[in-house]
Every structure is written in C-alpha cells, then in structure tokens.
Write a protein that binds this ligand. Structure first.
Ligand code: SF4
Length: 81
C-alpha cells in the first residue's frame, strides 16, 4: 500500500466571488456575529424560525441564513399582536 498525498481542497473562483458578494451584503447591513444589547436575530421580526439557532432572515436586503445571536442595523421589534 502506498501513501498518496491527496491535494488539499481549495476555494474556487465561484467561492471567492460569492465571498465578495456576501461580504458586501454583510457590510451594507452592518451585520455582526454577536448581539447589540438585547437586540439579536432571534428576537427580530425578520428571523424566520425562532426555535432554530440558525435560520433564514427574510429582510428584503438580506435573504441569507443568520445565527440567532447575530445582529444587523435593520433589526426590527416583533409586534405584540
Ligand atoms: S434583519 Fe438583521 S437583525 Fe433581523 S434577522 Fe435579519 S440579520 Fe438578524
């Protein structure tokens, strides 16, 4: 049996392009991977499933998966009714 070193996986051009695209989106939203005081994705109007630690943000300018404890400048309180 011979040990053949397999090449390490590397990001493709598509990955680099998507990274740039998502970075622009995150910068525009001032998206952070931590809460802002009591404000966090889990208690934001746009967080789709509050029972999940990662869920879809349906804010029209984002529409990406976010973490429950993340935050962005478009955080919106959930109305009582
Ligand atoms: S709008 Fe911002 S704070 Fe609200 S769920 Fe989306 S990323 Fe989180």
């Amino acid at each position: 049996m011979t040990d053949v070193a397999l090449p390490l996986p590397e990001p493709t051009e598509l990955d680099e392009a998507r990274h740039r695209e998502l970075q622009i989106l995150a910068d525009d939203a001032v998206l952070k991977g931590h809460p802002y005081g009591d404000e966090r994705c889990r208690n934001c109007l746009f967080y789709l499933d509050v029972d999940d630690s990662i869920s879809y943000c349906w804010h029209p300018k984002l529409r990406v998966l976010v973490g429950a404890d993340w935050w962005c400048q478009w955080w919106e309180e959930i109305p009582e009714s």
